[in-house]
Design a protein around this ligand. Structure first.
Ligand SMILES: [Zn+2]
Ligand SMILES: [Zn+2]
Length: 341
């Protein structure tokens, strides 16, 4: 399924077209993957509608692909034919800069994303550098593994960037799909940490408590204890300001959002230096994912285990899956099932 140009999903409900492309050929250090499942992500809506535009058209979207190695390049030796691998958002990076050397390839100037800067997983075949392919633990089916490759890995990076230790207090502002994964990871990795959740709806707050939050309240409510760190997954500014207030001295706020909306930007004027920033409080954003985030998260998800609920579509139904995602008809993570020839 290819995207030929940027368009509005409101006006064009079939932005992707079924096309017959030549089978990709793996270069020296690449592998050819026969894709069997590919998750559908909100970022695809951003690519189609031009908020994070692909540089070249036509392009095959998709950055949560699972499949089997069909062919290996002449210098690729990490995988055997038939091995099950995943392709995630990180498609490649330069491998030489400071960021790549320290394991933060997500910040590399040459960072390339699967399904945007290179053809991705909405297809029968995809190629990827072997160093950027990830082994999929056996406990997952192909469809279960696919959605873990994006939100899960980014959630894992967010949790890592908080610098949390066991026994500390973690806050989560917003309680959507990504925060559900983070609370499960946090409860498993840091069993003595207390999790405090800030969410708008009562349903979300009840669900947070079910998943082990010690407290759940609205964004502006004051938690019973100060927090060592907070992860914000909302598109708004109010939770940012309120979270800073709730931090302990030296505490850190990690913002896991690609962009913030303008709607409540005036809330930032409430920023009061002594209340919100003084005493070495930090703010850090999360951008993309590094290789270790994907592989470490997959291992962790297999141990816990985290198994997403999935709703399957055929590859040729990708447009319907995208429109339903846009219209928030969400019943579990949407996954395209891709059949053989
Ligand atoms: Zn994604
Ligand atoms: Zn680099």
């Amino acid at each position: 399924m290819v995207l030929n140009k940027i368009c509005s999903l409101k006006e064009n409900r079939t932005p992707l077209e079924l096309a017959d492309l030549p089978d990709p050929v793996p270069r020296e250090r690449e592998i050819l993957v026969r894709v069997s499942a590919c998750g559908v992500c909100h970022t695809e809506l951003d690519e189609i509608e031009g908020r994070t535009p692909p540089p070249v058209f036509p392009v095959v979207l998709g950055h949560q692909a699972v499949g089997r190695v069909e062919k290996t390049g002449s210098k690729a030796s990490k995988f055997e034919i038939g091995d099950r691998v995943g392709i995630a958002w990180i498609y490649s990076s330069c491998g030489k800069c400071k960021f790549c050397i320290e394991g933060n390839e997500n910040l590399c100037e040459s960072f390339k994303a699967s399904g945007r800067d290179a053809n991705g997983g909405y297809a029968q075949y995809a190629t990827i550098l072997e160093d950027f392919a990830f082994r999929i633990p056996d406990v997952f089916s192909d469809s279960e593994a696919a959605p873990l490759l994006c939100a899960g890995a980014i959630g894992y990076r967010s949790l890592r960037l908080t610098g949390i230790n066991d026994g500390q207090n973690l806050g989560l502002t917003g309680f959507g799909a990504s925060a559900h994964l983070v609370i499960k990871m946090a409860r498993y990795k840091y069993p003595n940490a207390k999790v405090f959740v800030f969410a708008r709806s009562e349903k979300e707050r009840d669900f947070a408590k079910e998943l082990g939050a010690v407290w759940a309240g609205k964004a502006e409510e004051e938690p019973p204890e100060k927090l060592d760190c907070v992860i914000d997954t909302t598109p708004a500014w109010k939770p940012v300001v309120e979270a800073l207030k709730n931090l302990k001295s030296g505490g850190r706020l990690v913002i896991n959002a690609i962009r913030k909306e303008e709607g409540d930007k005036e809330y930032l004027l409430k920023l009061d230096y002594p209340v919100h920033l003084w005493l070495e409080k930090e703010i850090k954003s999360v951008a993309n994912v590094a290789k270790r985030d994907v592989s470490e998260f997959l291992e962790l998800a297999a141990q816990i285990p985290i198994k997403p609920e999935v709703q399957e579509f055929k590859l040729e139904e990708a447009n319907r899956a995208l429109v339903e995602l846009k219209e928030r008809k969400i019943r579990g993570a949407k996954v395209l099932r891709i059949e053989g020839d």
